[in-house]
Design a binder for this molecule. Structure first.
Ligand code: AQP
Length: 326
C-alpha cells in the first residue's frame, strides 16, 4: 500500500505532530511504501515571514530525521519542488464544489485566527492536499483527527474524478491513532495544540529541559486536586494524563492509581521528568543532523527525484483522461 502524509513548515514540531502523525509514519515505513512531504505550499496560506520559511523547511527536514524517519525506507521531499502538485490541484479544483470548501472546519478556524488574511489559498487548501495525496495514488494518509475532514474530501474528489473520467485514483483513507488523535493546547486545553500559538501552549519535540519543566508547570490545570481523567470537566489535567500514559506506556487507569493521594505538583513534576527523559534522544539527534547540511540536502534531492518519477507518470495519465493531451 502506498502512504502519503506531510507537515506544514510553519513552526517547530510539537508533541501533537509527533504523537498524532509521525509516530504512525515510523511504523508504516517498516512495511509500506511511504512518501513524507514538507508541505511548504500549505505553509504560505497563513501569515509567514519569507526569510524564515527557508530556515523552517530545513528545520522540518531535520526534525523528520531526528524523529526517526529513515530515508532508506521513506521518500522525504519538499512539496514545492514538484510542480505537479499545483497542476493537479488546479485540475481537481474544477470538480470540487465551492460549498464543500466553505464548510471545512480548518478554513473556519483559520479564518477566525487570521481575520485579516482570509485568502483564496486558505479556502483551496484541501484541494492542494487532495492533489498531494492523489498525485502519488496513495491509499493511506496517517494524520491527526483535525485533518480527517480534509482526507474525507480528498476521497470524495477522487470518487468524483473517477466517475467523470474513468478509474484513475484509489480512494484514500485517513489513518488515525485513537489515543493521540488530538493532543490539546497546554494553555487552552479545549483547543488542539498548534505550532503557531503562543510558545507556552505547545511542547516542542526539541525543547530544552528547562523549557519542558516551565511549560509543564505552567500548563493550565483545572480546579480540584485529585488526579483523575475526565476530559469534560478536567480537560487540562486529562490532556496531561493522556500524554503521561502514552510516554510511560501505562494505561490511564494505572497512571491515576500511581498518583492517587498525590497533588498536581507531584504529577507535573513526574510528567516533566518523564518527558525530559523520553525526548532526550530527539534533542541529541536534532543537534547532530543540524550539523550535516549537505547530507540533508542530498536526502531531499534523492526524495525529489523519486517523487518526481511517480508524479510525472500520474500527470501524464491525468492530462490524457481529461482531454488535455493527445
Ligand atoms: N494537536 C494535535 N494532535 C494530534 N495531531 C496533530 N496534528 C497537528 N496538531 C495535532 C497533526 O500533525 C500533522 C501535521 O499538521 P500540520 O502542521 O500540517 O497542520 P496543522 O494540523 O495545522 O498543525 P498545527 O501544529 O496546528 O500547525 P499550524 O499552527 O501551522 O496550523 C497533521 O497530521 C495533523 O493532523
Amino acid at each position: 500500500m502506498r502512504v502519503f502524509s506531510g507537515i506544514r513548515p510553519s513552526g517547530d514540531l510539537h508533541l501533537g505532530n509527533y504523537l498524532g502523525a509521525i509516530r504512525q509514519w515510523l511504523q508504516l515505513q517498516e512495511k509500506e511504501e511511504c512518501l513524507f512531504c514538507i508541505v511548504d505550499l500549505h505553509a504560505i496560506t497563513t501569515p509567514y515571514e519569507p526569510k524564515k520559511l527557508q530556515e523552517q523547511i530545513k528545520k522540518t527536514a531535520i526534525a523528520y530525521l531526528a524523529a526517526g524517519l529513515n530515508p532508506e525506507k521513506s521518500v522525504i521531499f519538499i512539496q514545492s519542488k514538484i510542480p505537479e502538485h499545483t497542476e493537479l490541484a488546479w485540475i481537481l479544483g474544477t470538480i470540487t464544489p465551492l460549498g464543500d470548501l466553505k464548510r471545512m472546519t480548518q478554513f473556519k478556524e483559520k479564518s477566525k485566527k487570521y481575520p485579516k488574511a482570509i485568502n483564496a489559498g486558505l479556502l483551496n487548501y484541501p484541494i492542494l492536499m487532495a492533489a498531494d495525496i492523489l498525485l502519488y495514488l496513495a491509499e493511506i494518509v496517517p494524520v491527526g483527527r483535525d485533518q480527517e475532514q480534509h482526507v474525507e474530501l480528498a476521497r470524495e474528489i477522487a470518487r468524483k474524478f473517477n466517475l467523470r473520467f474513468g478509474k484513475t485514483f484509489p480512494e484514500p483513507k485517513a489513518l488515525i491513532n485513537e489515543k493521540a488523535e488530538k493532543i490539546m493546547s497546554l494553555q487552552e486545553p479545549t483547543k488542539k495544540m498548534s505550532k503557531t500559538d503562543n510558545h507556552l501552549s505547545f511542547l516542542g519535540l526539541f525543547d530544552s529541559e528547562d523549557l519542558i519543566k516551565e511549560k509543564i508547570f505552567r500548563a493550565v490545570t483545572d480546579s480540584g486536586s485529585q488526579i483523575a481523567f475526565d476530559p469534560k470537566r478536567k480537560p487540562g489535567l486529562s490532556n496531561l494524563l493522556n500524554i503521561y500514559s502514552i510516554f510511560s506506556d501505562l494505561p490511564i487507569k494505572k497512571v491515576e492509581e500511581k498518583f492517587r493521594g498525590k497533588g498536581y505538583f507531584d504529577f507535573k513534576k513526574s510528567l516533566a521528568n518523564l518527558l525530559i527523559e523520553k525526548l532526550k534522544p530527539f534533542r541529541q539527534k536534532q543537534k547532530e543532523y543540524a550539523k550535516r547540511t549537505v547530507f540533508i540536502e542530498e536526502i531531499l534531492e534523492k526524495g525529489r527525484k523519486k517523487a518526481q518519477l511517480i508524479s510525472q507518470q500520474t500527470m501524464t495519465l491525468v492530462r490524457k483522461k481529461i482531454g488535455l493531451s493527445i
